[in-house]
Design a protein. Structure first.
Length: 343
């Protein structure tokens, strides 16, 4: 699950609490070159304000118009007083070449969406609470009643929709743990924050950590091995050692390489990495399989020279590994056959 979608849910919850009516729209299937994957979310408020995206802007205008018209009818009392909000329904854009062209879908792409008036926000609170604890959650929506239930999810589980029940998986925000608070770490933290990572920095050296004042970046107190162990790194976590001090970097790597973190990297040349692996194997009994997980020299080979360029190379490799491993909750979908008309 993309953390963008968690922000959509957080916005939806805030709007609901503020008294706004709103709908949620979920991509359940795509054909052709659709710009957003299954599971992508859009929230549309009664006044037309939106959060998120289901098409990169192609069909949002029509969805806004639909939502404003529906809630406008309610406000004008054209619907009996006390009536329940409408039930979830399907919408398909781009069924024909002409529609795909009209809505700006690339290469004749088609989007199948579930349009869902928000009837209760309790389930949103549950998802945000669980994902905040780095848990995976399955949300099941019954199309016939609009009822929502939450349950635990397994890694690799994907969106499932059979026309009767929509099951989507929500996971925690991607997390980056940096060992070291120096100039390079600060550059990495800035870019990681732009990429929507939760950024945690550990550096017991007060002379370095004292200069760490960045919005969205949290300092974690303690020694690197204790911090990494306490964080319980999961497959949504990347850990990078950047102090260039073996006493600190090795402490973090001892725990990180044994964890479920999807990426573990360390600063240093090829010779430094070879020496480090030999040291970890001889003195700390680390296996070759564990040592093979270490990315070092850290980052893609971009010919980077400055701290900012090196930071770009590091984040580029982290994103590459993240996307290649297929641990994203929306990496695949299972859905009923196409053929439902827009409505």
């Amino acid at each position: 699950m993309d953390s963008l979608d968690l922000r959509v849910l957080a916005d939806a919850l805030a709007w609901y609490r503020a008294g706004h009516a709103l709908t949620l729209v979920t991509v359940v299937q795509t054909w052709g070159s659709a710009p957003r994957p299954p599971g992508a979310l859009l929230a549309v408020r009664d006044d037309g304000r939106v959060s998120g995206s289901v098409s990169g802007g192609c069909v949002e205008e029509d969805l806004i118009a639909r939502t404003k018209a529906a809630f406008g009818a309610l406000a004008a009392s054209t619907v009996p007083s006390g009536a329940a909000p409408a039930l979830p329904s399907e919408i398909v854009y781009g069924v024909s070449k002409e529609e795909a062209t009209r809505f700006g879908l690339p290469c004749g792409g088609t989007l199948r969406l579930v349009h869902e008036p928000l009837r209760d926000a309790g389930w949103i609170e549950g998802i945000l609470e669980r994902t905040g604890k780095h848990q995976l959650v399955t949300r099941s929506l019954e199309m016939a009643s609009g009822a929502v239930t939450l349950s635990g999810a397994q890694r690799g589980q994907s969106l499932v929709y059979d026309g009767t029940v929509l099951q989507t998986v929500f996971g925690p925000q991607w997390r980056l743990v940096l060992i070291g608070a120096g100039q390079l770490s600060q550059a990495v933290a800035q870019i990681a924050a732009l990429l929507d990572f939760e950024v945690l920095v550990c550096d017991p050296r007060e002379e370095y950590a004292a200069g760490l004042h960045m919005d969205g970046v949290q300092r974690v107190l303690g020694m690197p091995d204790d911090v990494v162990r306490a964080l319980l790194p999961d497959p949504h976590t990347a850990i990078v050692a950047l102090t260039h001090d073996p006493k600190l970097d090795d402490m973090a790597l001892l725990e990180a390489l044994k964890s479920e973190a999807f990426y573990v990297g360390a600063l240093g040349s090829a010779r430094t990495q070879a020496t480090r692996k030999q040291r970890l194997a001889e003195h700390f009994d680390m296996t070759q399989a564990e040592l093979a997980r270490l990315h070092g020299p850290v980052g893609l080979r971009l010919g980077a020279k400055t701290p900012a360029e090196i930071a770009v190379s590091i984040l580029a490799e982290i994103v590459q590994v993240k996307n290649a491993q297929g641990v994203h909750a929306h990496s695949a979908s299972s859905c009923a056959a196409p053929g439902v008309a827009a409505g």
